[in-house]
Design a protein around this ligand. Structure first.
Ligand code: P6P
Length: 341
C-alpha cells in the first residue's frame, strides 16, 4: 500500500493567523506580523535545540567551553535569546523587550520601533537540556498607543496582554498561541520547516485527573497546599480514584500537558520561597493568559494571576493553573486554611 499523506488542507501558521486577522476588519496586521516573527524565532530555536549536544562540534556548547577551533561558546539559552531579540527587532513591530536573560528591560532602536512590547523566556527549563528533557519558549505581548513609552510601561497586569503563548520543544515541536480570538496549536513539520495548524480552538477540560507539583518541596508547604494535595491522593470519598502525578520540571511541558489533558499544575510559595519561584511577566502571565483563553483558571491561591501588577520585571509569584473546577477547588482550600502573612 502507498501511504498517502497528501493533505491539500495544510494550514500553515502564517496563513491561519491572517485568516484570523480577517475576522477583524480594519486590523493593521501589525500583531499578525509580530506573531509570525515569533514563529520564525521558534523555528530557529527548535533547530538548535534538536541537536543540543551535537552542536559542541559546531560551536554552540555551554558558555566558557572551547570548541575545536578554540572559539568562545554560547549556551543554548543565550543563543535562543539572541535569536528572539533579532527576530523581534527585524519585525519592526516591537518597542520594549523583557527577557529572562537580560537584567534590564530594553528598547528597540527608534527607526525599527513598533507599538508592541514583548516579554519572554527564550529557553525555559534550560537545565533540562543536558538530559534531553522537553524545554520551551514562553512569550507575552502588550500593546502601546504610541512608540513613545517609558521602559517600565510593561509593568502592567497580565489581563492587558493582547497575545501570549509558548513553544514546547518536546517529542514534537508545538507552538501554542492565544489571542482574544482563542487558543490555537501548531505543530512543526521539520520536512517543510512550517508550523501547521494541528490543535484549532483549544479548550481545556473543566476537570482533570492529574496533579503536577514538585513534591520535593512538601516539607516547606503551607497548610492549604498540603491539605489540597492530600485530598487528591487520599480522596475522602472511597468511590473516588486518586489523581495521577505528572511532573516534568519544565513549565512549558507541564502546562502543555495540563492544557490538553486537564488537571492542575502548581508552583505555590512555601516556607522556603515566600514569593514562589516562577516569574510573573514571562512565565506566570503568558501561561495564565493561555489557560484562561482556553476556559481554565490561574490563581496565586487567593488572587487571579492576571490581575497581579508586577513592581519589577523579574518579580516572582506563586501560581496554580489548569482546569476551572480543579483550580476553583485549590482556592477553596486556601479559603479554608488561610496562610498567615
Ligand atoms: P523545580 C525550570 O527551571 C523552571 O523555571 C520551570 O520551567 C519549572 O516549572 C520550574 O523551574 C521547576 O522548578 O524547583 O521544581 O525544579
Amino acid at each position: 500500500t502507498t501511504d498517502n499523506f497528501a493533505n491539500t488542507e495544510i494550514v500553515t501558521l502564517p496563513r491561519h493567523i491572517l485568516a484570523e486577522q480577517r475576522k477583524f476588519p480594519g486590523s493593521t496586521g501589525d500583531l499578525s506580523m509580530l506573531l509570525v516573527a515569533i514563529q520564525v524565532g521558534c523555528k530557529f530555536v527548535a533547530n538548535a535545540v534538536r541537536k543540543a549536544k551535537l552542536v559542541n562540534l559546531t560551536g554552540l556548547a555551554a558558555a566558557g567551553t572551547q570548541n575545536v577551533h578554540a572559539e568562545a561558546q554560547k549556551k543554548l539559552d543565550v543563543l535562543a535569546n539572541e535569536i528572539f531579540i533579532n527576530a523581534l527587532e527585524d519585525s519592526g513591530k516591537v518597542n520594549i523587550m523583557v527577557s529572562e536573560e537580560n537584567d534590564e528591560a530594553f528598547r528597540v532602536e527608534t527607526a525599527r520601533r513598533g507599538n508592541y512590547s514583548v516579554v519572554f523566556d527564550p529557553l525555559d527549563g534550560s537545565s533540562n537540556i543536558e538530559c534531553a528533557v522537553s524545554i520551551g519558549t514562553i512569550f507575552g505581548v502588550y500593546h502601546h498607543e504610541t512608540t513613545d513609552v517609558e521602559v517600565n510601561s510593561v509593568l502592567r497586569p497580565g489581563s492587558e496582554m493582547v497575545a501570549a503563548g509558548y513553544c514546547v520543544y518536546g517529542s514534537s515541536v508545538v507552538l501554542v498561541m492565544a489571542t482574544k480570538n482563542g487558543v490555537n496549536g501548531y505543530t512543526l513539520d521539520p520536512s517543510i520547516g512550517e508550523f501547521i495548524l494541528s490543535h484549532p480552538d483549544i479548550k481545556i477540560p473543566s476537570r482533570g485527573k492529574i496533579y503536577s507539583i514538585n513534591e520535593g518541596n512538601s516539607k516547606y508547604w503551607h497548610e492549604p497546599v498540603a491539605k489540597y494535595i492530600d485530598h487528591l491522593k487520599y480522596p475522602e470519598d472511597p468511590k473516588k480514584a486518586p489523581y495521577g502525578a505528572r511532573y516534568v520540571g519544565s513549565m512549558v511541558a507541564d502546562v502543555h500537558r495540563t492544557l490538553l489533558y486537564g488537571g492542575v499544575f502548581g508552583y505555590p510559595n512555601d516556607k522556603k520561597s515566600n514569593k514562589g519561584k516562577l516569574r510573573v511577566l514571562y512565565e506566570c502571565f503568558p501561561m495564565a493568559f493561555v489557560v484562561e483563553k482556553a476556559g481554565g483558571k490561574a490563581t496565586t491561591g487567593t488572587k487571579r494571576v492576571l490581575d497581579l501588577v508586577p513592581t519589577s520585571i523579574h518579580d516572582r509569584s506563586p501560581i496554580w493553573l489548569g482546569s476551572a473546577d480543579d483550580v476553583a477547588e485549590v482556592e477553596e482550600f486556601y479559603t479554608k486554611y488561610p496562610v498567615e502573612k
